[in-house]
Design a protein around this ligand. Sequence first.
Ligand code: SF4
Length: 291
Amino acid sequence: MRGWAESRRGGLTLVLTRRCPVRCGFCPQSFEDKDMSPAVLDASLRSLGRRFGDSGPIKLFGGEPLVRPDLVRQAVLGAARLGLKGGVLLSTHGKLMAPAMVRFLRGHPEVEVAFGRPSPWAGRLPRVTLNFILEPGARAEVVLRRLRRSLALGHKSFNFLPVYFIPWKAGDLAGLRRSLAGLARLIKGLRKAGMALEVKNLRRQGRLPLYNDGPCVDTDGTVYCSNLVLAKGMKPLAEVLRLGSVARPRLKAAPSPAALGSVMTACFSPEAMEGTRAADAALSEFVHDLR
Ligand code: SF4
């Protein structure tokens, strides 16, 4: 699967909040009025952060983590105090990014900010990636315009993501392939002209589409094998994904790929799984084309 991230880099996902005020129509997550407590955050960093935070980043996740800027700061400062070598990844829509947070992040080059939409702050932060979302029905010329606008805002690093876990109609898939072919042409042209432009999909591949494949601490301190536990409809299946708790960080072994596959099949409709496979295959062709 090309459409996600970080799974080969290790690291630890921290769900700082289950809240998100944005509610993108395509988002597969379930939302709850729950935040991580500062004590659980501290315990997560001291136990699991020490164990997983050198091989990959501490991923600050939600919901929308910037609903709780205090926890974002605590996590960044805590990881720095512990001397974790994997850095920090802040995954945010960007709408709640405030000037005070930008000033804070400018002092922390170990933090990579992954925006969910083009951000005017892109050129002001030390390390930025744009999760470039490709929705069904988006016309190729509109997608290319969005890439040009993102470049004008200072974005130079991109992770292209078709919307997953929805049924993709044949016409929408053909449109996705057109958009990706146009993006590949534009990117090659810009590179040829000397622009340093990074496509993260070239370096990333994981077992799960969209979700991280590695330990994930939920707001209440329960540890799961993936943030897949945040998906709508996953609650009754959460036990299969549960590894332990930050209070007793002796974690169980992660479920096998077959068990993970069964959880996904039980949670998502066959049409949504087929749409995910087809959209990811189009993304893989794009990656192949750019190599
Ligand atoms: S994609 Fe991100 S910003 Fe959009 S609703 Fe889901 S959590 Fe919120």
